[in-house]
Structure formats: C-alpha cells, structure tokens
Design a protein around this ligand. Structure first.
Ligand code: SF4
Length: 462
C-alpha cells in the first residue's frame, strides 16, 4: 500500500509555495495524501520563524501533530525555523524524527527503514552570500534540490501564489530573513511562465521577499519585474503583486500594474518617520509615500492599497508614533497590518538602545488598529451599491481586485455562482472588512420575477 503524507504549513504565502513544492515531490515519489494527520505515515511541518509568536505557534503545532500521530508515523520539521535553528531545534524536540532545512528530500523519511530520530543536515552546498552590514550572513546551504524550481501540483483554487525569487539583498535592521534565506536568487522567466501554465489558475499572486527587485541578481536589468508582470498577465486573467519596497515603485511599474486591470498595491512601508526609517536601514518617509499613493490615485481613483507597519521599533518616540497615526489617517489605505517589533537574535535592531516597553507597544498597536479598522470599514461601506467584478474562489465566496486572497476581506456571493468564474455583482452590504454582493443578473431573483409576470399574464392578472 502506498505510504501517505500530511503537510502542515505555517507562516507566509512564500511558505505555502514551498509546501506545494514539497507536496509535488512527495506525489512524484509515489506517496499519496492522507485524509487526516493522524492517518499519515509522514507528517511534514513547514515552520515559520518570523517572530516569537510565529515560532511558538510552529512548536505547538509540531507537538500537537506529534502527539496525535499514528503508530510508526514520522514527523519532519522543515521551513524557516529548521533552517535558522536546525541543531538547536533537533535537540529541543526529541519527539521529532528529523529537522530538515530547505530542499532536503523528505520522502525517504517516510520509509519504515529510515532510522528514527534522524537530524538531517540542514545545510548542504553554498548559497550566494554577501556581507550584509546589519547582520552576519553565514555561508548558507543551497539545498540538494532547490525548492524554487521544483514542480508544483495544479492549483486547487482559482488563484495561486508564484514565488519568483528566494532570499533578499537588503539589510533592514529588524529582519533576520537574509541570514537564513540568503541573497536573492531569481528564477528564470521561462520557468515561471511554465509554472503559471502548470498551475492553471485564473489569478496569479506574485511573491518574493523583495518582489520589485526580481531579476537584479540575473544581470538582466533593474526592472525585469515589469516584463515579468506583463508576460504573466498575458496568460492569466489577474496578476497581483505582493510586497513592493517603496523605492522600487517606479512610474513604469505603476503603469504596468494598472494596465493588468488589478490596481492593487501592497507597499512594504514599515514606518513613516524618516529618522526611524533610517534606524531601520530603510528608504523613504511619509511625505514620499503619500506622494506615490496620490500619483497612483490620480491615474486610477479606484486603486486599492495595503501596507504593513512595525510598531515599537527601538527608538520610536511619541512623535514618531503620532506621525504614523497622521499618515494612516491621511493615506486612507484599504488594508493595513501592524506588528509589534520583535527582537530577532543576530539582527542590527536587537542591540539598539531605546527599546520600547512592551506595554507601550501594545497601546500604540491598539491605537493604530482601531484607527485603521474604522478606515477599512468606511471604505468598505462606500462600496455598497457599486458593481464589482469578482472571481469566485469557493461556493459563496469571491474577491474583487481589492482583496488579496487569504490576506484581505472577502465578498459573500450567492452559492449559485460557479467556482472559478468571473462574475459581475453588486455590493449590497458591508460587514467590517467583508462585503455581501448579489449577482447583477441575479438568476434566481430574475427567474422568480419573470415567473411571476408570466403566470400573471396566463391568469390574466394585472
Ligand atoms: S526587504 Fe523585507 S525581507 Fe528584505 S531585509 Fe527588508 S524586511 Fe527583510
């Protein structure tokens, strides 16, 4: 009987793509999907090491799956935590059979003959590295097979993420990603387009640690993200870009995004106070960001915006916080994420003075969250009565260009709308971030009305 697997994914969209690729490898190796984790011979947990909370969730998940596993089943921990804390993690979690870094072939571990409690080498080979000023970048492993270029199964939803590059060449003060994901390695356009065809999705969501920097490591020009977006847009109905570093939001890129018909801009801003941004080792200030947003709105008044901000970065003063509040109020972004600063071992920010007290961080976070929730709700209310084109993701659930999958709100639509189809609907209600819409032709309602009229005619009623 075929051995079975279960993959549990934590963290960001980029991790989801890695999990899809692991799934593709396991299927190719003859494993089949288990119906539930406690029926699998091999359980793979793809972990997240973003911040302390994410690490704790990853460990809790590993322990829970390990406790409920079937007799003889193997548990393998992979992903960012495995890459970053490999040996430490293997020692701390004796119940786990293997801790495997990116790209380690996990299938072999499902075999009953695989030795128990194997700590698989986390690093094999060498990824391109460079001296990043804020953080020591060790010589990092290139996997024995590169997850980036592995085949993926066909998309199970009408949309799919496409990871265009791995790693990051920036040196943001708070971020540990370059230390374990290495320098940026972009995939070739041909590989990416082949993957788009293979996925068969109607919407492709482009992701990378620093998306607009796509291609710079290939020596094919600073702006190869532009031709890539155009090429993907020729193959699918919608293409959406996540995580744009603000200095890379060029006029050409803005025009290209607008031309795709998905005027959605996810800007990785992190803060707006210039001195604090410099302390974060990042570009920009609130004024520059507002200018860009205004320029986009001038070209496309319906453009949707998302951004993320770090609250309580070391040295963040009341004045900095007030600037951020003012910016949020003025920018009127559709969606915003606020995260408390997390002191990540080995990063530039971990040793900075003027660390912000956790209670103060919580207060600032709450204040910003409350402000943005009201803005989001109002912007959603404003859509009531307007027609929108949606992609039906699942029975009764759809999205317009304004909502990125799994991240933003959703639109409740009639169950009768076909999954995977594009439909014109009218927004009839808003519930916080979510909307309720009716089909423009509302087949059932129209049929009912027509039926009424016909029977009235037959019966001679007015
Ligand atoms: S651009 Fe993003 S991934 Fe790169 S160092 Fe900065 S925060 Fe980290």
């Amino acid at each position: 009987m075929a051995r079975t697997y279960w993959v549990e994914t934590l963290g960001c969209p980029k991790n989801q793509v890695d999990s899809d690729k692991l799934t593709g490898t396991m299927l190719a190796d003859g494993l089949v999907a288990a119906d539930a984790p406690d029926q699998a011979d091999l359980i793979v947990v793809n972990t997240c090491a973003f911040i302390e909370e994410a690490r704790q969730e990853s460990i809790d998940t590993v322990l829970a799956l390990s406790d409920s596993r079937a007799e003889g089943a193997r548990v393998v921990v992979t992903g960012c935590m495995a890459e970053r804390y490999g040996q430490e993690l293997a020692e701390a979690l004796p119940e786990v059979d293997a801790v495997a870094g990116f790209g380690v072939a996990v299938t072999a571990l499902a075999s009953p003959s695989a030795p128990a409690t194997t700590a698989v080498a986390v690093s094999i080979g060498t990824k391109p590295t460079r001296a990043v000023p804020s953080i020591a970048v060790p010589s990092i492993a290139v996997p024995s097979f590169d997850l980036l270029n592995l085949p993926r199964p066909r998309a199970t939803a009408p949309w799919a993420y496409l990871k265009v590059a791995e790693g990051c060449d920036r040196a943001c003060g708070f971020c540990a990603i370059p230390s374990f994901r290495g320098q940026q390695r972009s995939r070739s356009v041909d590989d990416l387009l082949a993957e788009v065809d293979q996925l068969g999705a109607r919407e492709i969501v482009l992701v990378a640690q620093d998306l607009a920097a796509y291609g710079r490591d290939q020596g094919v020009g600073e702006r190869s993200i532009v031709p890539l977006v155009r090429a993907v847009a020729e193959r699918v109905d919608w293409v959406r870009l996540l995580y744009l570093y603000p200095s890379d939001l060029t006029d050409e890129l803005i025009e290209t995004v607008l031309a795709t018909g998905v005027p959605y801009f996810d800007l990785s801003l992190q803060h707006v106070s210039a001195p604090l941004l410099r302390r974060m080792r990042r570009w920009g200030n609130g004024e520059k960001f507002l200018d860009r947003i205004a320029a986009i709105r001038a070209a496309e008044p319906g453009a949707a915006f998302r951004s993320n901000f770090i609250v309580g970065y070391p040295g963040e003063t009341e004045h900095d916080h007030d600037q951020l509040l003012d910016f949020v109020a003025e920018a009127q972004l559709d969606w915003c994420g606020f995260f408390s600063f997390s002191k990540e071992q080995g990063t530039y920010a971990a040793d900075l003075d003027r660390q912000v007290a956790p209670e103060l961080m919580r207060d600032r976070l709450a204040e910003l969250g409350e402000l943005q929730d009201a803005i989001t709700a109002r912007r959603r209310d404003d859509l009531i009565g307007t027609p929108v084109r949606v992609l039906v993701d699942a029975t009764g659930t759809a999205r317009s260009y304004r909502e990125a999958p799994e991240i933003d709100g959703v639109i409740a639509v009639p169950d009768s709308l076909e999954v995977g189809s594009f439909v014109e609907v009218t927004v009839v209600d808003a519930l916080g971030p979510d909307l309720v819409a009716e089909a423009v032709d509302a087949p059932s309602a129209v049929a009912a009305v027509r039926g009424e009229v016909l029977s009235a005619r037959v019966e001679g009623r007015p």
